[in-house]
Write a protein that binds this ligand. Structure first.
Ligand code: PHB
Length: 528
């Protein structure tokens, strides 16, 4: 067998990469050690950042995510009884979505099967071969028979215990083992709060999350050697109530515990994420502490970065992007690591912490409460830095905080940097209508034309319905939108009139007699 890119591991990283590459016409084959059912059931994550959601949408793997995912515009951090809601949406324009990794895997595999992507399950003892040379291969045993897949490149997406990681000779390894773990349950009862609560209590950390409206997902910091059996249901619920504080505990609904498991709290990165023609993707190269839910999201963003580099290689024959993949991926890895170690150390009570450190954690929380800039920095990392932005989201945190202040003008969506990033593909689509041949293609089949752009479904719907206000909420810029309504043969007055609920004549009259009254259309801060 021969392929262009051989992928070891059919988890989120491997399947996203496979779909991104095959969509671009690059030939791929995925080799997976376990059976299909096991692949779907093994993941436990459940929080998708905006980069992951955007990518799944691009792959057309978001139909169920859109109907079943729970969109969260904010997240709570709590210290004792004091709770702070970080408004992700206002601070960054972004959101996160609760949707289980199992469902993500189910969706990705279904699409891969529909598109004819080759996935070999039950492939035992897979081994990358000759990665230092020009003709690498992956070998394995399937049905007792030795198999070999010759390829140009290998993507190691087989996790922290996989063979790919072990095939990088003498990597630099950075590790931290925290002296604690998480015991987690999935309960058949609605979560205690509509958004997530990361709670720090003298007794230790607690996290209230969810998998659906009717299923809560809770975690407690526990001893690093604890086993799930050490946490009978009653003990878990009582401890959770104590750590969540009185207000939350009062609303806590106990329900049957469907699952209980232990998660390690550790950090590990190996560098570089490449050896010859073998590229490491996701957990194969890094494990972040679970606080902040970076693991799955980083795996997906690695896959997106590597797919771009490989596509550039096959389209333009340039290996330049492949040569910088490791460094670019690591920039994001370390930014994510900063968030998850910071959130862990802020919220967990680690054995041996001295009283000064306890007070410092409190001071850090108070700083966060009082600083919009600090909240914006946290929010930007939590919702995921856009892939094109590099790894320095924090540098612009102050700007983001300022921008957040612009979101309180009734009826007006200010075209901030965050909106521009959100609307990038939408505005590029509008711009494409400058060319007559594109207008013809658009008119012939509007749906097919918008589907070719990496827009969200909400953006596509706004375009198709000519709902210009919705388009602006989704990041459109009025000057770009003008290309769309001009293509429809509408004047600026007609379009602007439609957006304000006026006829073109009434709109023109209003503008000629001095324009809109500023009354009620200013910032609501300070009583304007
Ligand atoms: C989860 O729901 O499993 C979850 C959510 C947020 C985290 C970690 C885990 O930071």
């Amino acid at each position: 067998m021969r392929t262009q890119v051989a992928i070891i591991g059919a988890g989120p990283a491997g399947m996203c990469l496979a779909l991104l590459l095959s969509e671009a016409g690059v030939d791929v084959a995925v080799v997976e050690r376990r059976a299909r059912d096991h692949v779907i059931s093994r993941g436990r994550a459940g929080l998708l950042d905006q980069v992951t959601v955007g990518l799944l949408a691009r792959l057309g793997a978001d139909r169920r995510l859109r109907s079943g995912g729970l969109v969260h515009a904010g997240v709570a951090l709590q210290f004792g009884e004091d709770r702070l809601r970080v408004d992700l949406k206002a601070l960054t324009g972004g959101e996160v979505v609760i949707y289980s990794q199992r469902d993500v895997m189910g969706d990705l595999l279904e699409i891969a099967e529909a598109r004819g992507v080759r996935v070999v399950f039950d492939a035992l003892d897979a081994q990358p071969e000759e990665v230092g040379g020009d003709r690498p291969a992956v070998t394995w045993r399937g049905d007792g028979v030795g198999c070999r897949l010759d390829c140009d490149f290998i993507a190691g997406c087989d996790g922290s215990q996989g063979v790919s990681r072990a095939s990088v000779p003498q990597p630099a390894s950075f590790e931290r083992a925290y002296d604690c773990a998480w015991v987690g349950i999935l309960a058949d009862a609605p979560s205690v709060h509509a958004e997530l609560i990361y709670a720090s209590h003298d007794r230790g950390f607690a996290l209230a999350s969810m998998r659906s409206r009717s299923r809560g997902r809770y975690y407690l910091q526990c001893g690093s050697q604890d086993r799930a059996e050490d946490w009978p249901d009653d003990r878990f619920w009582a401890e959770l109530a104590a750590r969540l504080g009185e207000e939350a505990a009062a609303g806590l609904v106990r329900g049957p515990v469907l699952e209980k498991s232990i998660t390690a709290v550790r950090a590990c990165v190996i560098e570089p994420m490449r050896h010859g023609r073998l590229f490491l993707v996701g957990d194969a190269a890094h494990i972040t502490p679970p606080t902040g839910a970076r693991g799955l999201n980083l795996a997906v963003s690695d896959a997106a970065l590597l797919s771009r580099s490989l596509i550039a290689y096959y389209r333009e024959g340039s290996a330049e992007d492949l040569d910088t993949y490791s460094a670019r991926a690591l920039d994001r890895v370390w930014a994510a690591m900063r968030l998850s170690t910071w959130m862990t150390e802020l919220t967990h009570v680690l054995p041996g912490t001295d009283p000064l450190e306890q007070r410092l954690r409190r001071a850090e929380f108070d700083h966060l409460r009082h600083s919009t800039a600090a909240q914006a920095a946290l929010a930007q990392m939590y919702v995921g830095a856009p892939l094109d932005e590099g790894a320095a989201p924090v540098a612009s945190a102050a700007t983001r905080a300022d921008e957040a202040d612009l979101h309180d003008i009734p009826g007006t969506t200010v075209f901030t940097g965050a909106q521009a990033r959100k609307g990038y593909h939408l505005n590029q689509f509008c711009l494409s209508l400058m060319k007559p041949e594109n207008r013809t293609r658009f008119r012939a089949d509007e749906r097919a034309y918008v589907d070719a752009w990496a827009m969200s479904e909400a953006q596509k719907r706004a375009i198709l319905a000519r709902d210009f206000n919705a388009a602006i909420t989704e990041g459109a810029n009025i000057y770009f939108l003008a290309k769309l309504f001009a293509a429809d043969g509408q004047s600026f007055q007609q379009a602007a009139g439609a957006m304000t609920g006026l006829s073109a004549e009434d709109y023109a009259r209003m503008m000629l007699s001095g324009g809109r009254s500023p009354q009620g259309a200013r910032s609501i801060r300070g009583g304007h």
